[in-house]
Design a protein around this ligand. Structure first.
Ligand SMILES: [Zn+2]
Ligand SMILES: [Zn+2]
Length: 376
């Protein structure tokens, strides 16, 4: 069911984008372009009733008992309930083990999807399948980023490198602090405006919007290394690293979603207009930033600020799902393959202490020892 207000929100997004593009065409002043990007923002609450709100209204009509459990799931925003773990001696468990019985036992498989359906999709392979428009869009953006990054050494400019470095830190922290530790695990509290600030920074990292990111990551903690884990190295290194990002239909089926784009495990985010707005428009924010960088410093700024920067930040974030489930130490006997990897922790602003994180998902600090550097 698509409501009128949902269509209005889509129309709003289009008008918003046309507004930005018009300013880019008629003026060369980057300040005016930046202002125009934010000008229409306060109008967005007009369109708050989109398709997800309709679903919530339907849910309200169900018996009281279930209502209570729904309310509590709204409050308990993290699906990563604490698990009992004990510290193990390093020698006992240095090689990452594969799916343990404990991990499988914890997984409650939703009834909607049968294992044979998943098996069928897996057998279909990654490349030769029906490609959803969403996957095609992100594959094209991914290729564009890598092409820009490959051009960057030929248009080297110290200013462009500096801008890329600053943006890497801002958007990287946006993901680790905003998307991950704040929105997914609620491991600390921030005033709403500061929460929106950090998540907006994360939105420019090229890893899509908070609703998508948080939904996938909650499922990663729920089904870690089991068949329904969105990105487990059991399905191959490259799939766990970047392949999953471009196969939304498979992700939805795996995680028991009714369809692509439902994200039923993040009702608390879907209830906020700001996150719905980012969900509808995140691609255009990225393009607007690219246009702004181009206006400021020409092609070198674009190649370094949007190419090298996003390629670095994306791969560095994605190694947490691939490398940090394959190589490293396991000081905690969690029922999965998560590892602590000091080198990756340095690159990922502390996210590389991934075994610590799976052992204590709601801890704001991932580096638990004094020597475990955790920049975030
Ligand atoms: Zn993990
Ligand atoms: Zn996490």
């Amino acid at each position: 069911i698509v409501s009128k207000s949902y269509l209005v929100s889509k129309l709003y997004s289009s008008v918003y984008v046309i507004n930005i593009l018009t300013y880019i065409i008629i003026t060369e002043n980057p300040c005016i372009i930046a202002m125009s990007s934010f000008m229409s923002l306060p109008l967005y609450p007009i369109t708050i009733k989109n398709k997800w709100m309709i679903q919530q209204t339907v849910i309200t009509n169900i018996p009281k008992k279930t209502q209570t459990s729904r309310t509590s799931s709204l409050i308990a925003t993290s699906s990563t309930k604490p698990i009992n773990v004990t510290r193990v001696k390093l020698q006992q468990n240095q090689t990452p083990n594969y799916v343990t019985r404990a991990a499988l036992a914890e997984v409650a498989i939703p009834v909607e999807t049968s294992t044979s359906e998943l098996e069928k999709m897996r057998k279909g392979g990654f490349w030769f399948r029906k490609w959803h428009m969403m996957d095609v869009t992100h594959l094209c953006l991914g290729i564009a980023k890598h092409v820009l990054a490959a051009c960057a050494p030929f248009v080297f400019k110290p200013g462009a490198v500096f801008v890329a470095a600053i943006l890497s830190i801002i958007t990287g922290i946006g993901v680790t602090l905003g998307y991950h530790r704040l929105l997914t695990h609620r491991s600390f509290k921030l005033p709403k405006w500061l929460e929106y600030f950090f998540t907006y920074c994360g939105c420019h990292a090229g890893q899509r919007d908070p609703i998508f990111w948080v939904s996938v990551h909650k499922n990663h903690h729920k089904y870690t290394d089991a068949e329904r884990d969105p990105h487990s190295p059991h399905e191959g290194f490259w799939f766990s690293h970047i392949g999953w990002f471009h196969y939304n239909e498979y992700l939805a089926l795996k995680c028991g979603e009714p369809g692509i784009g439902e994200y039923s495990n993040v009702p608390e985010l879907k209830a906020q207009w700001f996150y719905r707005f980012l969900h509808d428009t995140y691609v255009w924010h990225t393009i607007a930033l690219g246009a702004l960088l181009y206006m400021l410093g020409g092609f070198p700024y674009l190649a370094w600020g949007m190419g090298v920067r996003t390629v670095l930040v994306n791969h560095v974030t994605f190694v947490v799902g691939s490398v940090c489930h394959l190589w490293g130490d396991r000081p905690w006997n969690t029922p999965d393959t998560s590892t602590n990897n000091g080198f990756m922790a340095m690159l990922t602003f502390g996210e590389g202490w991934h075994n610590n994180h799976h052992a204590f998902p709601t801890s704001a600090r991932h580096g638990l020892e004094w020597w475990q550097l955790d920049v975030t």
